[in-house]
Design a protein around this ligand. Structure first.
Ligand SMILES: Cc1cc2nc3c(=O)[nH]c(=O)nc-3n(C[C@H](O)[C@H](O)[C@H](O)COP(=O)(O)OP(=O)(O)OC[C@H]3O[C@@H](n4cnc5c(N)ncnc54)[C@H](O)[C@@H]3O)c2cc1C
Length: 459
């Protein structure tokens, strides 16, 4: 595929955000030969792939009669966008200068200029701000039950979920798979979830609902041991012994980077013309949850991403601003998704001492004891979206280092003993070993360069 001959360092359209809205906008803009640039987001507004990376099965997205894992759906959307020529940058947008023409976008690392912009930055999980929250964050407190529920510390332990909507109910039910009991802490006297979800919660005898209740503080030693809760009516305070506290208290729209340049409604959503993607600034369009106070679904986000791309294409061409690419071949090569969802654990028979990437405890034990190279271990769980983001990044780092480091994936669901021994309390956790010594540990998604730097120091 060729970049337009008169490419001047100015993009046709930059899409900010890699949820269903962003990737759908990218697919449409790419198929219109606009070769869009998509900024995936990285830390400030949630992980690449967006909110569906934090859920298990999506059962209402058309085309998947038996449901599809959220991270898998997002991998497929990404592969489709890339197949048609979308360029990706893994970074956050820090600010947009909407007065400059073309628009100037400042990223974590550099600046980009674009004639049109589509904002598809969705929303990110809220925190409660209770006493000791920072101390127990990832040591019992989590904003993603789906990501962290399988952690060994939560097995057969009492757990709590805060919130009263669909997410809180879904997470409470999900956590009964792991915990011995789940306390659902609800601020008011009713749940705001769908009737079917409320029925599921009420029918589950492992869930106890605490009505009119708020969490005051977290307590424990190295790990969360209990929470203090207060009844909002009679002000009665009591302690509940839980090893996990999961927040499901809604999301905040990712609009901070816009400053006050674009009209926002009273709830914080980007204001658009009714049913349309145009914002208050000509040439800037919005799609998905960031501009949707009502529907907030994967499929509605995707639909609005499509509208934003078509509207931006029209807007660019009416102003003669599009620089279209020409394709050498009308049919792009087949896509490939960079996450392999069903990777086999290696056994004594399939283990390869020189392989760059293997899965399972057998490989870990062998390489830990016998490899002279640094070994990078990612502790993951199948439903952990951030793990899906991180795995291809680590594989890329390992391949760029030309066999000087070896990677291993441990599924903490399957290898609980190993996870326990390694002190794993959330996924993804990455540990770097050399000569049987733990050299460094990372929790969550980090920049590729951080891993590379640490490994290079050991080679
Ligand atoms: C637990 C859970 C389960 C759900 N289950 C379902 C379901 O089963 N079916 C369904 O249809 N919907 C479901 N939803 C809702 C669905 O996830 C959202 O409606 C949808 O993801 C919104 O898509 P979006 O593209 O607008 O935004 P998001 O998915 O929120 O994506 C936003 C993107 O913007 C990026 N970003 C944010 N700030 C910046 C920045 N400054 N710079 C660059 N990038 C940035 C983020 O990294 C992210 O990639 C669920 C939501 C949750 C939380």
């Amino acid at each position: 595929m060729d970049q337009s001959e008169n490419y001047s360092g100015v993009e046709n359209v930059v899409i900010v955000g890699s949820g269903p809205a962003g990737y759908t906008a990218a697919i449409y803009a790419a198929r219109a030969n606009l070769q869009p640039l998509l900024i995936t987001g990285f830390t400030s507004g949630g992980i690449p792939g967006g909110q569906l990376m934090t859920t298990t099965f999506v059962e209402n997205f058309p085309g998947f009669p038996d449901g599809v894992l959220g991270p898998e759906l997002m991998d497929l959307m990404k592969a489709q966008a890339v197949r048609w020529g979308t360029k990706l940058i893994e970074s956050d947008v820090i600010s947009i200068d909407s007065k400059s023409k073309p628009f100037k976008l400042s990223l974590l690392d550099g600046e980009i200029f674009s004639n049109a912009v589509i904002i598809a930055t969705g929303a990110s999980a809220n925190r409660l701000g209770i006493i000791n929250e920072a101390d127990y964050w990832s040591k019992g407190i989590s904003a993603c039950a789906i990501c962290d529920g399988a952690t060994p510390q939560f097995r057969d332990a009492e757990l709590a979920v805060v919130g009263g909507g669909d997410s809180a109910c879904e997470e409470a039910v999900y956590l009964t798979k792991y915990g011995s009991k789940v306390h659902l802490i609800v601020r008011s006297a009713q749940l705001r979830a769908s009737a079917a979800m409320i029925d599921r919660v009420k029918a589950n005898d492992k869930i106890t609902i605490h009505w009119n209740t708020s969490v005051v503080q977290a307590k424990g030693n190295d790990w969360l041991e209990k929470i203090e809760i207060i009844n909002n009516k009679d002000k009665n305070v009591k302690e509940v012994f839980v090893k996990g506290l999961f927040y499901a208290i809604g999301h905040t729209h990712n609009t901070n980077f816009l400053g006050n340049q674009i009209d926002i409604d009273e709830k914080g959503y980007i204001k658009c013309k009714s049913g349309r993607p145009e914002t208050s600034i000509e040439g800037i369009f919005a799609a998905g949850d960031v501009a949707d106070a009502e529907w907030r679904q994967g499929v509605t986000a995707a639909g609005s991403g499509c509208m934003a791309a078509l509207a931006s294409e029209r807007w660019l061409s009416e102003r003669n601003l599009s620089r279209l690419i020409t394709r050498e071949q009308p049919e792009p090569v087949k896509s490939h998704s960079d996450n392999n969802f069903i990777e086999e654990e290696v056994t004594e028979k399939t283990f390869d001492m020189n392989s760059e990437w293997q899965k399972g405890s057998y490989a870990l034990r062998k390489l830990y004891h016998e490899s002279k190279k640094p070994i990078l271990v990612i502790f993951s769980s199948p439903s952990c979206g951030p793990c899906h983001v991180l795995k291809p990044q680590l594989k890329r780092v390992i391949s760029e280092l030309n066999g000087k480091v070896q990677g291993i994936e441990i599924d903490i669901d399957k290898d609980q003993d190993i996870a326990n021994q390694a002190g794993i309390n959330g996924t993804p956790t990455v540990q770097l070993f050399k000569d049987k010594l733990l050299k460094k540990q990372w929790k969550g998604v980090k920049q590729r360069s951080e891993f590379k730097e640490a490994i290079k120091n050991l080679i």
